[in-house]
Structure formats: C-alpha cells, structure tokens
Design a protein around this ligand. Structure first.
Ligand code: ACM
Ligand code: ZN
Length: 554
C-alpha cells in the first residue's frame, strides 16, 4: 500500500502535479540588471489574489490585465483585478519615490524612463515603475519567471523573496521584417509583435516596399498597391531560372497599418515604416513606368538580387510621387523616424539617362574622387525627402549607403554592411543603429548543418553565439562621445526564402533571445553558456505562444 502511494506520488510529480508548489525563477532572458534573491523564503502566489493598480490610468489597467492573462496562461492561477485594494497581494504602482530628490534641471534618459523595480516578500509582489512602460516590462519579467504548469488545478507558485531593478542598456532595440519579398498577414505581424515584446524589443522596422512587391496602400495612388503588390510568379529557390508560375501578392490597407501601429503601441513598440528609395522600386515602376529612366516596361520582379531599374533622379515627377507616398505614410505611422532605405541603388541607368545627367548639371554636381556625381544625386534626393519629412516633424533613417553622397546632421544611419558605416557615421556625429549583416542578419542559417534546415540566405555566419557576441559600441574605434551616437541594435529578417509564418519564427527564434541580451544587458552580464542554460524555459513560453523555433543552438 505504501509502495502504491509512493508510485502514485511519483507519477503525479512527473505529470507536473500541482498539489506540489511550483517555484518561480527570476533568471530570465534578457537578464534584468540586478536581481537579489533569498531562496530560503518565499511568497506563495495562488488563485483569488488581487492585483491593485491605478484604475484612472488606461495603460496601468491594460498592463494589469496583461499580467493576469500571462500568469494564467503559464500557471492556471487566476488573479483578480482589484484596482483600489491597498492590501492586494500584487500592487502595480506608478512613480519612484526617489525621483522626488531629482535636482532641478536633472533629466532622465529614455532607458531610465523604462525602469522598474520589483520587490517580493511576505507582503506579496510590489511593482514600481516610473511610467506605464515600466509596469509592462515588469509584468513581462514576472511572466517569464513563472513556472509553466501543465496540470493547472489548484496551483501554488512559490516566489522566492527578491529585489529586482531593471532598465535597458540601449534605447533602440529593433527587429526588421521584410514584407516586400513575402507578405505576412496582420495576424502574423501581431504574433511577431508579441514575441518581440516578450524579448523587450521596442522598435518594429517594417520593410514595406521591394522590387518584388509594394505592400503599403496609398489612397491617392490606388493602382500602386493594387498592381504593384502582385508579381506574376516567383523564382523557386535561388535565381536559376526555375519559376513556380503562381501569381503572388498582398498589401496592407491603411486601416490595417493603423491597427498594427495600435497593437504595437499597446506593447510599447514603435513601428518604423520603410519606403526603400530610390532603388528597390521596381514594383512602383511597374505601375508608373514613366518614373524610370528608360520608361519600361517593368514587371514586378520575380527573382531576387539587386535591380538596376531605379527611380529616375532627374524626373521632377519622382519627387512628386515620393511626397505623395511619404505624406500618406506620415498620416498612418506616428513614428518620429521614417526609414527611407537608400541601399543598393545601382547608378547604371542614371549614368546613361539624359534627365538624370541634366539634373546633375543643373545642381552642379561633380565627382570629387570620393563621391561620384550620381552618389551626390542620390544625396540630393535624400535631402529633399528629409526636408519634406522634417516639415512633418520626422527624422530620416537610412541604410549606410546614404553616407556615400553626404548627409545632413539629423539623419540616422543603419549600419548593415558590417560596422564600418556605423563607425564612420558616429565619427561624423550621426546617430547610428547597428545591424551588421555578419552579426544580425537572421535570414542566414543558424546551425552549421545547413542541409537539415529550411532554405535560407547565404552561409552559416550568424549563429546564436555569434549574434550574442556582438558588442555594438565599437570601443576600439570610437571615443566616449562618439559611442553616445550608437542608439542601439537591430536583428533583420529578410524574406527571399521565408514564405510562411512557421519559417519566419524558426529563423527568428531563439536568436531573438540572443539579440535581446545584446540590446538589453550590460556586457559584463553576458555569458553565452549561462544564456543557453536559461533558454529551455523561454522555449516553453514560445510553445505556449504557439510559435515555432529552432531547437538547436550553436
Ligand atoms: C540590405 O540588406 N540591403 C539593407
Ligand atoms: Zn533618370
């Protein structure tokens, strides 16, 4: 009888028995700045306990709801929303008492504005944050610390006493998704935003236009998305002349874009839209061939690589077109920064185009050995666009090629061809986002045995450990003042070979976990072996969220 009891007990434990209390573990990804725990004492969390918050603050209400949903999802524990209960076991409080001591004129960094503190003791869980965003970050931290319980009946979670203090290292923590090569539905975008928020990302760089498809509705130019979004077929695999014969398309209405912006904002993510110009524009040229140097015709491109068909730099209608597009973009996207692309714009057509050459002459652009006249023409277009966007209170951000023709001081450089462009830009006093292809291009395979993975771009150069090792401040090359221009880091997911959501998340995860520690943690906190030890728990949360991930890690 005794043996039978013991056996039942063991089986119950293996099945994730809930009669036994489960324990929280604050060693999460990304690791908070400071965690002091006392594992000899714990507060027990269970159903029926209340969450108090400021009911007059819409964001606090939303974050309290998020927290209760996440705790229930992981553990089955149902917490009650009890806004005014001063004795509630969980209290979400806005404002740091210590801020009263801030001296006049003393300002906080944007990272400090995201800060939060968690105190867990006999009285329960006290979350304090300067701003609602901090409540959200704290709720994510506690969510990730919760055990994942399979049998969720009568669960109790032991939460070791702890004091946690946290804020991010970098102000810009981004992820790019290319929706030009392949289109992903709004539901998939929202799932990606949830995954980004789990990792503390705060910038969604939405690559909306490509040679292979225009995805943003422009109401004044209805044919642009209608026809520019559809390619007649797609190359199968790399460009070897085999096509699938199936038309492919899809675009986002402005209403859908606004919905994405709203959903992202509720998760403290800014959406940075990108209209890639003046190259990567073949889908637009398909609809408006008079905007190309040769007049076309131009099919929406059906294969990958860089197209030499670009917007004509000498046609005044090019600027009219861009202003129409960017004007509507600004109406839809409130982001303070607008990405204007600028990468991979071959100048072959411009060199041979009478209109482009006439414009070069009119502007008095001459090659100075470092900058060709055509590079300066691209720079002229950038400056026109920059002035137009500045009138709407926006700054431009562009790929590092925009350095080549000269730049104005407010432009932000996104360094993708390694770190060279970012270093140069910081030296020139421009703000920089680091997204070097060799560390942060997650369209590349993440495991050495490439043959066993879905088809991806190029070779095995961005394993999770490589990505994890990236140090963005370039201390060898930049002095302290120049390092201040590095705003942060971004992972980029290009989608030539990524056509389905399962593949998207497989490419993204768990590398976004590795990237999140580059973005969030101080260098001295980072340790890849320790990261790997913390990863299994994060993968269980991916499972709960229903997203695919690569099970291996190298
Ligand atoms: C890029 O990867 N062409 C920015
Ligand atoms: Zn031209």
């Amino acid at each position: 009888m005794k043996k039978l009891f013991l056996l039942t007990f063991i089986i119950a434990c293996i099945a994730g028995n809930t009669a036994l209390a489960q324990r929280a573990d604050y060693n999460i990804i990304p690791l908070p700045k400071q965690v002091d725990t006392d594992t000899t004492q714990y507060f027990t969390l269970q159903s029926g306990m209340g969450i108090a918050y400021d009911a007059s603050n819409e964001e606090a209400v939303r974050n309290a709801k998020f927290f209760s949903e996440w705790v229930e999802q992981s553990t089955g524990i149902k917490l009650a929303l009890t806004p005014n209960d001063k004795k509630a076991s969980i209290r979400m409080s806005l404002g740091f008492a210590s801020d009263k001591k801030l001296r006049e004129g003393e300002t906080l960094t944007e990272q400090q504005q995201e800060a939060y503190k968690i105190n867990i003791d006999d009285n329960g869980i006290l979350i304090e944050a300067r701003n609602p965003v901090g409540l959200f970050r704290a709720a994510q931290t506690l969510r990730k610390a919760m055990p994942i319980v399979k049998n969720t009946k009568d669960v109790k979670v032991e939460m070791p006493y702890a004091k946690i203090q946290d804020e991010p290292r970098f102000v810009y923590r981004g992820t790019l998704l290319d929706c030009g090569r392949h289109f992903f539905t709004v539901d998939v975008i929202k799932q990606m935003l949830d995954v980004m928020a789990l990792h503390g990302c705060n910038q969604f760089h939405w690559h909306l236009t490509e040679d292979q498809g225009w995805r943003f509705e422009v109401k004044a130019l209805p044919n642009l998305a209608l026809h520019g979004s559809v390619r007649q077929e797609t190359t199968v695999g790399p460009n070897v002349g085999i096509y699938d014969g199936i038309p492919y398309g899809g675009y986002y209405t402005q209403e859908q874009c606004r919905d994405v912006v709203r959903y992202a904002a509720e998760r403290y993510i800014n959406v940075v839209p990108e209209i890639d110009l003046p190259g990567h524009m073949q889908s637009a040229l398909h609809v408006y061939p008079h905007l190309g140097c040769t007049g076309g015709p131009y099919p929406v491109r059906t294969y990958w690589g860089v197209s030499r068909e670009v917007l004509c730099g000498g046609n005044p209608e090019t600027m009219t077109f861009l202003k129409t597009v960017l004007g509507e973009l600004c109406d839809v996207f409130p982001s303070k920064i607008i990405h204007i692309g600028g990468d991979e714009c071959p100048k072959d057509r411009w060199k041979a185009c009478p209109k482009c050459q006439a414009k070069i002459k009119e502007l008095g652009l001459v090659s100075d050995g470092k900058r060709t006249a055509e590079n300066q023409l691209q720079s002229y277009i950038n400056k026109e666009v920059e002035a137009f966007l500045a009138e709407r209170g926006r700054d431009i951000i562009g790929w590092d090629e925009i350095l080549e023709g000269g730049l104005s001081g407010k432009s932000i450089i996104m360094s993708w061809r390694g770190t060279k462009g970012g270093i140069e830009a910081a030296k020139q006093g421009h703000r920089v986002i680091m997204s070097p292809n060799v560390y942060s291009y997650i369209d590349h395979p993440q495991l050495k045995d490439v043959a066993k993975q879905p088809r991806t771009t190029g070779s095995y150069i961005v394993s999770a450990s490589k990505m994890y090792s990236f140090e963005p401040l370039m201390k060898e090359e930049l002095n302290d003042e120049q390092q201040d221009y590095i705003l942060g880091v971004q992972a980029n997911l290009w989608t030539e070979h990524v056509a389905y959501p399962e593949h998207l998340f497989y490419q993204l995860l768990p590398r976004l976990g590795a990237m999140s520690e580059v973005q969030w943690c101080n260098p001295e906190q980072k340790d890849f072996e320790y990261f790997k030890a913390r990863l299994p728990h994060l993968k269980k949360i991916y499972d709960l969220m229903g997203v695919k991930y690569c099970t291996g890690i190298e």
